[in-house]
Design a protein around this ligand. Structure first.
Ligand SMILES: NC(=O)C1=CN([C@@H]2O[C@H](COP(=O)(O)OP(=O)(O)OC[C@H]3O[C@@H](n4cnc5c(N)ncnc54)[C@H](OP(=O)(O)O)[C@@H]3O)[C@@H](O)[C@H]2O)C=CC1
Ligand SMILES: O=C(CO)COP(=O)(O)O
Length: 331
């Protein structure tokens, strides 16, 4: 039976904090890489992350903190990457330790910038990590709700089902139910796309389209997602599983969604810059939109919602005009 060994969290934001809470509840020890020493010192002093999910208290004796990624990577067997995608490469650039022998789990819902590939693909291509040592965490999971211990379902993707199950066992608890899947690529790309569609949903809400239209938008979004997943990884899957459709629904409708909030501001007339400044947390879908658009330039999948969001965010085309055009393409 595969053993995840010693587990470390890479990243210090809200999802990293929620995952740390889940893992430590099971293992009673984690390594935790955060980029800033002052955050680590403050965390140790007050017993919780000073900046994110501040209601979640930790026994800091159970955590080995470091702002040196090499110390963490050397000492731990399973590394859970939870940094926002635009910063992943910067963190990895500091690595002097090889990743090949580690079990790498990515909880990042974004593509690697410039390369426009999923994080697991990047770890495989650039760091030589074998596919069976690459896993991802997907599913409808707002960090805020996990912090409140509200029942959530997480899906662990890994080509090696024994490894997926071993990591799922680490996450399983009274408030987390786990599923496993072998569709790593499908889960990663759907996690990026649902952020794009949540931005679209927010834009439409900001433009005062109602619930009737939102339902049509999301119905079309799931069809668009399905077309892309079939093109990128043509295996048998049900796009109605919670890891795909569920995550799309929660991000498209929840008040906790940063992507939807960002989109709402754009729909209300904020510029991209001012919406980003106003938001304290990251809206991954802004970066995901550009990466997916680039990716699809070579794949030619019919993706009108992605195109519309790209035109609004990157080509400065008016949301009113783009969404009006989009409505004509919907079924
Ligand atoms: N939040 C959620 O509910 C969920 C998030 N995810 C995914 O998890 C990943 C991490 O997001 P999340 O935890 O929400 O992020 P947050 O917005 O909560 O935190 C942002 C993180 O990014 C760091 N950061 C900010 N600016 C920079 C920079 N210039 N260089 C390097 N690091 C920087 C922050 O560090 P500092 O505090 O030091 O500024 C902080 O650790 C994303 O891919 C997201 O899609 C997945 C599922 C749920
Ligand atoms: O991935 C998420 C929920 O599953 C979080 O979505 P947001 O980044 O839009 O908050």
């Amino acid at each position: 039976m595969f053993d995840c060994g010693k587990i470390a969290i890479i990243g210090g934001g809200s999802w990293a904090t929620a995952i740390a809470k889940i893992v430590i509840g099971h293992t009673h020890h984690i390594g935790w890489y955060m980029r800033r020493d002052d955050s680590i010192e403050e965390f140790k002093r007050i017993g919780h992350n000073p900046n994110y999910l501040t209601s979640v208290h930790f026994n800091t004796n159970e955590i080995f903190f470091s702002s040196d990624i090499n110390r963490i990577v050397e000492a731990y067997d399973t590394l859970v990457f939870v940094v926002p995608s635009p910063y992943l490469k910067n963190h990895l650039k500091k690595l002097k330790t090889r990743l090949r022998d580690k079990f790498i789990v990515t909880a990042i819902k974004g593509l690697v910038s410039d390369d426009n590939i999923a994080c697991s693909e990047y770890f495989h291509e650039v760091y030589d990590v074998p596919e069976e040592n690459l896993a991802c965490i997907g599913g409808p999971s707002h960090a805020e709700e996990v912090a409140l211990e509200r029942l959530s379902y997480l899906t662990i993707g890994c080509s090696d089902q024994e490894k997926a199950q071993a990591f799922a066992d680490v996450l399983d608890s009274e408030f987390i139910k786990t599923k496993t899947s072998s569709d790593v690529i499908g889960i990663e790309y759907s996690s990026v796309l649902k952020n794009v569609y949540a931005i679209a949903s927010g834009i439409c809400s900001g433009l005062k389209y109602g619930d009737n239209f939102q339902a049509v938008l999301i119905s079309n979004a799931v069809q668009e997602m399905s077309r892309f997943l079939t093109a990128i990884n043509p295996i048998e899957r049900s796009v109605y599983d919670s890891v795909y459709l569920g995550d799309l629904l929660v991000t498209g409708y929840s008040k906790f969604s940063r992507n939807r909030t960002f989109g709402t501001m754009i729909g209300k007339g904020y510029s991209v810059k001012s919406a980003q400044i106003e938001m304290e947390m990251i809206a991954e879908g802004f970066f995901g939109t550009k990466c997916m658009k680039e990716k699809n330039r070579h794949m030619h999948v019919n993706m009108p919602i992605l195109d519309a969001v790209y035109n609004i965010l990157y080509e400065r085309i008016s949301p009113q005009i783009e969404i009006k055009l989009l409505t004509d393409s919907f079924r």
